[in-house]
Design a protein around this ligand. Structure first.
Ligand SMILES: *Cc1c(COP(=O)(O)O)cnc(C)c1O
Length: 397
């Protein structure tokens, strides 16, 4: 099918929920993807912070191919070595004790909230409320979209599950005021992604940790976007020296295959007993082999230090663009290779302008350009990115 035929057939057969960009992608290599008309794009979105190692990374491709030839799926009624090795590795890098592997970010957050509810009810049966932060994003299932404190995602899907409360992000006194005897858990993204790359103050998460200890509240960090090396450490919370009781991860974990996980301390995890939670596909050998390959590559290829170096280089280059276009650009935010450019105007036409010139980025929260490229990009790729973005901004001023 050519592009027009694909676009028409998608309109006829696919549920109309996605506002797709007008290109048909067919393959990728490293930080580049190619459309079905032969055009090349520098991919600084990486499947929304998913393709950590870029496209078609040889180690990831061979790990998937090898495992596919052995055992793709067998259910969680049996043990597999790949899954156990992955659980061990995730526990080690997160500093958590026990791991549950599932298929997506929303599913990881669902599991995290179930676990928090079960644990907190043992402290007191009234402890049921889950507090989340304004502008957060936790997923699209009924419970996770209720956790997602943004009316635009909830409208039309009422009645929403009960037991959720919202507070402004990064506002400790508002949080203190919202907490009461019914509070079960607080779920936060250490760095908010979808909400516009919003950063906490340096001491916010530590204060939150202390409050949660004092009030016996389960602290859940949603590191689905900020985790897996994205900010220059394995998880963003590690840069703030704060450990949650439960952590969720997905997006980059499998380098592109659908996988998520939630992890917890033994104290919390051990309230689960057989039958409390489950999944048919979650943690199957295929996706675990992929995630093991991603984690091995992060170690072997010096990914974290690359994120730190290239991230700092990119942040500095974006800052220069801000100085050059003060009327358009309000602020540069973020850490590592999770960077955002707050604009003084909607970002959609800049995204479209970049696409025309061979650069893939996206805009979130209406006016924040979000840059979440693969973690193994080089300074040369950043130079190429800046050149295109600069030329698009120049036309907009
Ligand atoms: C993307 C995202 C989710 C949802 O993940 P899905 O895999 O789309 O269900 C949840 N939390 C955060 C922080 C995310 O960025």
């Amino acid at each position: 099918m050519n592009k027009e035929q694909i676009v028409a057939a998608e309109k006829q057969y696919y549920m109309p929920v996605f506002a797709r960009n007008p290109i048909v992608l067919s393959y990728g290599k490293g930080p580049y993807v190619y459309d079905n008309e032969g055009n090349k794009y520098l991919d600084f979105l990486a499947g929304i912070a998913v393709n950590l190692l870029g496209h078609a990374h040889p180690k990831l491709v061979s790990a998937i191919a090898e495992q596919a030839g052995k055992l793709i799926h067998c259910s969680n009624l049996y043990y597999t070595e790949v899954q156990t090795l992955l659980a061990k590795k995730i526990a080690e890098v997160s500093g958590m004790d026990k791991v549950f592997i599932c298929n997506s970010g929303a599913e990881a957050n669902e599991g995290a909230m179930k676990l928090a509810r079960k644990y907190a009810k043992k402290i007191h049966p009234d402890k049921i409320d889950i507090i989340t932060a304004e502008h957060c994003f936790h997923g699209r299932t009924l419970a996770t979209l209720t956790a997602t404190a943004q009316p635009k995602y909830q409208k039309g899907f009422e009645p929403l599950p009960a037991g959720f409360k919202y507070v402004p992000f990064n506002n400790f006194s508002a949080l203190e005021a919202a907490v009461d005897d019914q509070t079960c858990a607080l779920m936060l993204e250490p760095v908010q992604g979808e909400g516009g790359i919003n950063m906490p103050d340096e001491d916010y998460l530590a204060k939150v940790r202390t409050l949660c200890n004092d009030k016996k509240i389960v602290l859940i960090f949603d590191e689905i976007q900020s985790g897996m090396g994205r900010t220059g450490t394995m998880f963003a919370c590690q840069q703030y020296g704060v450990k949650p009781d439960i952590m969720t991860v997905a997006k980059g974990l499998g380098g592109g295959v659908p996988i998520g996980a939630f992890m917890a301390t033994n104290e919390v995890a051990n309230v689960f007993s057989p039958g409390d939670h489950g999944t048919t596909f979650g943690g199957n050998p295929l996706v675990c082999a992929a995630a093991n390959a991603v984690l091995a590559a992060i170690d072997e290829e010096g990914i974290l230090s690359n994120v730190q170096t290239v991230g700092a280089y990119m942040a500095a280059a974006l800052q220069q663009l801000k100085n050059k276009y003060p009327a358009i650009i309000q602020e540069i935010r973020g850490k590592g290779l999770m960077l955002g450019m707050q604009l003084n105007q909607p970002g959609a036409d800049i995204v479209a302008g970049c696409l025309k010139k061979g650069l893939i980025i996206n805009c979130t929260a209406g006016n924040v350009l979000r840059f979440v490229p693969s973690l193994n990009i080089t300074k040369q790729h950043v130079d190429e990115f800046i050149l295109i973005l600069d030329s698009v901004l120049r036309e907009k001023q």
